[in-house]
Design a protein around this ligand. Structure first.
Ligand SMILES: NC(=O)c1ccc[n+]([C@@H]2O[C@H](COP(=O)([O-])OP(=O)(O)OC[C@H]3O[C@@H](n4cnc5c(N)ncnc54)[C@H](OP(=O)(O)O)[C@@H]3O)[C@@H](O)[C@H]2O)c1
Length: 295
């Protein structure tokens, strides 16, 4: 009987970002990659292009999991609960999400007593057919308690550190995603085109409506800084197609529930009016269903 291996680190979610991180971390030592099923794990073990190199991940399906000291969750927000159950089954010291949206509570709900935290990352990667293409170096901020993971990411050459004010950083990232992602998907434009006069008014309305709610949750930016942050990100990522746009174009479910849906929940709890967010939420839900049929 072969002993079940135990890994220092595992990544649940063998998609764009998961494989990008795994390929970088594999240079340092063993990394387990958990795919959605055994078939996908076998295909990955045979090799996958990440950037210009073939990567042979140590890939597993959920039916034959190894143990792992630390687990990073990199599935889309709607798959968080299933991925969290997989992570827990590896008996880790901690489970770290680097997903977009606010998913920490949902992850904690399925991880029992294990340390759970959500960080943020501006690393970028996208799927191009079977290939994963890294699309730009960014910064990864982790919650306190995940120092060992931050050290491993940094040793792999990624810009990563523990951020004591991680809740405020998460809210600032949520603000950006709340404004840019749904509008890019609705207008079907690249991020920079959201700064064109007509679209920019809607972008600014989304920030105006979200800001008091996020501020009450601990966002540290004032309103002018919040507007400036969103415009700066749209400018810095002008040529990018936001992930929500990519999801809509590919007919996939988007992360709208974990992004705008979270804000609508905050608005309901406080009796706040967020009409522009309600409208974009409804529109993205329609687009998820394949768009509205013509007359
Ligand atoms: N890509 C980026 O540049 C970027 C940047 C910052 C943050 N993020 C965030 O990072 C997260 C992942 O994004 P991504 O772009 O890497 O998405 P992605 O390419 O769709 O990858 C997600 C992967 O998770 C797999 N998966 C789903 N459920 C699973 C489960 N229960 N167990 C194991 N694997 C499962 C999916 O498998 P299938 O293919 O079979 O569905 C897919 O391969 C998202 O929250 C995203 O917003 C992404």
């Amino acid at each position: 009987m072969t002993a079940v291996p135990r890994y220092p680190l595992a990544i649940v979610g063998a998609g764009a970002l998961g494989l990008h991180f795994a390929a970088r971390l594999a240079g340092l030592g063993p990394v387990a990659v958990v795919a959605r099923d055994a078939g996908r794990a076998a295909a990955l073990r045979a090799g996958v292009m990440v950037g210009d190199a073939v990567f042979h991940p140590e890939a597993f399906g959920p039916d034959a999991l190894p143990g792992a000291d630390w687990v990073i969750v990199l599935v889309k927000a709607g798959d968080t609960a299933a991925a969290g159950r997989v992570a827990r089954a590896m008996a880790p010291r901690g489970v770290l999400s680097l997903q977009n949206g606010l998913v920490e509570d949902g992850l904690r709900a399925v991880c029992g007593d294990v340390l759970v935290g959500q960080g943020i990352t501006t690393e970028g990667a996208f799927r191009d057919g079977d290939r994963v293409q890294p699309s730009g170096a960014g910064e990864t901020l982790l919650p306190p308690g995940f120092e060992a993971v931050a050290a491993r990411l940094a040793a792999a050459g990624l810009s990563a550190r523990v951020e004591p004010q991680i809740a405020a950083a998460r809210l600032a990232k949520l603000l950006v995603n709340l404004a840019i992602n749904p509008l890019a998907a609705i207008f079907r434009v690249r991020n920079g085109d959201l700064l064109e006069e007509g679209r920019r008014r809607v972008l600014e309305a989304l920030v105006d409506e979200a800001w008091p709610l996020l501020r009450a949750e601990g966002l540290s930016l004032d309103l002018a800084a919040a507007q400036a942050r969103v415009a700066a990100v749209a400018r810095a990522t002008a040529a990018n197609r936001a992930s929500m746009l990519q999801d809509v174009l590919a007919g996939r479910v988007t992360e709208i529930d974990a992004i705008t849906g979270v804000l609508l929940g905050l608005a309901d709890a406080r009796g706040a009016a967020v009409p522009t967010h309600r409208a974009v939420f409804a529109l993205v839900k329609l687009l998820e269903g394949g768009g509205v049929a013509g007359p």
